[in-house]
Design a protein around this ligand. Structure first.
Ligand SMILES: [Zn+2]
Length: 296
């Protein structure tokens, strides 16, 4: 008996190997569903072991040894001959970690970043690496971000004195959400038209941003202020539930922009530090965002 559930499986035994609790289990479903044609199948092709890691128990690492089946798909029109049975609640196909372990690593990484997250996970008896946490955050960052109600607009330097872009900040969540490749009013207006729902826009007094905000979101209230976004762009992300993810999302966009302008590419790990670590506190103006990132 183990003190946690294994959805879709029944436990057949446990064994202690060094500091790892190994849990033997097998699946309980009678039939499988082909991922290609979605038809059920009952004819078993073979059985094999999967050995994903799971959340730790007290001071022990946990590894599963799941006996899963491969089924024949007997649908004549289906191009797939065989398929492995799925465990949608517990374990994605081909994954080496359970869904709940991946979710935990994501939450840790979103709070403290890749390097800090790996160190914290180690103290929690979860074996991982900074790169793994960054990969998990990057997958999550691909999801579209919600349109902010209060939007901050400011410029930043892609190449200081030569090329400037526009940074967009969710003021209420205190998190950067997107970067635009220039500061032309047409670009800002197009972004606002693609993201309806902005009620308030805070910006500096440049005519470009004024025109872009007016054309893109004519119903929004505009608040003119100098350096509105700067303290937020460099503020630690603790106020945001997924601050590192948002910063990473923006960081990936920044990398594509800097690549287009032939600036040195930055590592994704440095982007996570920027939004959540102490380095984030040091940049004081939005014009220094790009240079700070490239140095970190
Ligand atoms: Zn099929």
């Amino acid at each position: 008996m183990i003190p946690f559930p294994l959805p879709g499986c029944v436990v057949t035994g446990t064994v202690q190997i060094d500091k790892t609790l190994v849990v033997d289990a097998h699946t309980t479903a009678v039939i499988g569903f082909c991922p290609t044609c979605q038809h059920h199948a009952t004819r078993v092709h073979s059985r094999y072991l999967r050995t994903p890691r799971d959340l730790p128990v007290l001071t022990q690492h946990v590894q599963l040894r799941l006996l899963v089946r491969r089924f024949f798909c007997d649908q004549p029109a289906c191009p797939r001959r065989t398929f492995a049975e799925g465990l949608p609640e517990l374990l994605p196909r081909k994954a080496q970690r359970t869904t709940r372990l991946t979710a935990t690593l994501h939450d840790i990484g979103a709070e403290v970043g890749g390097t800090g997250g790996a160190a914290l996970a180690g103290r929690l008896r979860i074996r991982t690496s900074p790169d793994t946490i960054v990969r998990i955050l990057r997958c999550h960052a691909c999801a579209p971000l919600p349109t902010p109600r209060v939007l901050g607009v400011d410029d930043f330097a892609l190449q200081k004195g030569r090329v400037y872009g526009t940074i967009l900040v969710d003021i209420e969540r205190a998190a950067p959400i997107d970067l635009l490749p220039d500061r032309r009013p047409e670009t800002l207006a197009a972004w606002l038209q693609d993201h309806p729902g902005v009620d308030i826009i805070t910006r500096d007094r440049s005519t470009e941003f004024t025109r872009g905000a007016t054309d893109g979101a004519p119903a929004a209230i505009q608040v003119a202020d100098r350096g509105t976004c700067s303290p937020i762009c460099v503020r630690p992300s603790s106020a945001c539930c997924s601050g590192a993810c948002r910063t990473l999302h923006v960081g990936l966009r920044l990398r594509s922009l800097t690549t287009n302008h032939q600036a040195p590419p930055e590592s994704s790990r440095s982007v996570v530090r920027h939004g959540s670590g102490p380095r984030a506190k040091r940049g004081a103006s939005s014009g220094r965002v790009a240079s700070k990132r490239s140095r970190s």
